[in-house]
Ligand binder design. Structure first.
Ligand SMILES: [Zn+2]
Length: 201
């Protein structure tokens, strides 16, 4: 297999969107050949050569796209098709609705490397596979009608997700882990505090 084929395969295994770090880890798992000292640079060059978002674009195959601008090291496979076995998660224990991750949530999970933004835990569910959930701080749908934008989404572990859904997290007392590519808008935190958070005596 060529490097391009390995990179595409790694993206498919990771759900179509991944950070360089995740790609490297996945390629180590799937490639049974010797690695040179510069193989990571080869991976980056392979992506950039095949992406019109990059200045190094070769002008031939436009296979990859930069998620949210160059510089954050997260790339997507343009023609990734949803697979049956794709990761799903429960939005809410009470309604037991299973939905697929949206593109935004996938991006944010990659950006935070599946690390909970509240308690910083990272749940390993398989060799090189981690699990996290995306949560809309101001919930989607009636009566809240929160927007599906990354400023309203937080990446959580299932424990913190259940607490969040039930208003049992006091955000004002916690430090939410953020990074420069993902800032949560305070208005949604205010909404949560005023409408969802429970005050138990
Ligand atoms: Zn957590």
């Amino acid at each position: 297999m060529t490097w391009l084929e390995y990179v595409i395969k790694a993206f498919e295994n990771l759900g179509g969107i991944a950070s360089y770090k995740q790609l490297y880890e996945e390629i180590i798992l799937i490639r049974n050949e010797e690695f040179s000292d510069t193989w990571k640079a080869t991976v980056r060059a392979t992506i950039e050569r095949n992406s019109s978002d990059s200045s190094a674009y070769g002008g031939k195959n436009d296979i990859f796209y930069s998620v949210d601008g160059l510089g954050n090291g997260i790339w997507g496979l343009r023609e990734y098709t949803l697979k049956e076995n794709e990761e799903t998660y429960r939005v809410n224990q009470n309604i037991k609705r299973i939905i697929r991750d949206t593109k935004i949530i996938k991006e944010l999970k990659a950006l935070h490397d599946n690390t909970c933004q509240i308690c910083s835990c990272k749940i390993k569910i398989d060799k090189n596979k981690y699990y996290s959930e995306g949560h809309h701080i101001k919930p989607l749908g009636s009566p809240h009608n929160g927007p599906d934008i990354k400023e309203n989404i937080i990446v959580l572990c299932p424990n913190c997700h259940v607490k969040f859904d039930n208003g049992m997290i006091d955000i004002s007392k916690l430090k939410i882990s953020e990074n420069k590519y993902h800032k949560i808008d305070n208005q949604y935190i205010t909404y949560y505090n005023e409408h969802i958070k429970k005050i138990l005596e």
